[in-house]
Ligand binder design. Sequence first.
Ligand code: ATP
Length: 233
Amino acid sequence: MTPVLSVQSIESYYGQFQALSGISIAVEEGQTVAIIGANGAGKSTLMKAIAGVHPPTKGAIQFRGKPISGSSAYALVQQGIAMVPEGRRIFPSLTVEDNLLVGAYSGRKGQWTLDKVYELFPILKERRKNGGTDLSGGQQQMVAVGRALMSNPELILMDEVSLGLAPIVVNEIYEVIRRIAALGTTILLVEQDVSRGLREASYVYCLLEGRISLEGKPSDLKKEEISRAYFGI
Ligand code: ATP
């Protein structure tokens, strides 16, 4: 079966600095795949390459078998790929509701509507008239996830959704991510918390200095090999 997302031998640079070296990953339909790795391993760069924010200089990226490398972020959303960016990127001058509606601009039809997003995050309905940044970090993350859902994606890319949030809020966000996955959306997420990544994903890739140092189903991976792949020792 053709994977939903296939990344083949990509390389990515910032000026002279090579951030990714020959990265290949595959994400199958309905899977939740986690990218784990230490600070600076290249996780965000990989997400940015897929999302069209920082296109790779070499290699190929395919969505359902069609090349997407070099496509704009807008074109990707229209095809069914949504991104929950690191740092949430909420529009401060817009209300919660308008921030969510921004996600619907692609006009893709599907199960996700404002009402459905409010069902998933009731607190956002209460706060719908609030300014986008007049919210806790967890609520802002909910807006970022809700905004991605509003584009009715087939694949969601999530970059460090738990960053800077209290453990109880992280639990809540992941509870929702599990529900989204159960509804059939394919998810690729970056997670710095290794045990969280291993718990939530059906398949993981570990990055180390821009390369894949380990991959597999969490149940097949041993603690020591994960430590080695994560820290490079
Ligand atoms: P973190 O968990 O800290 O976000 P990461 O695994 O997501 O780390 P990246 O942000 O992808 O790592 O960074 C990979 C490498 O690329 C790092 O060495 C980083 O310093 C470098 N890098 C990232 N963004 C830029 C940039 N805009 N310009 C120059 N170098 C960059």
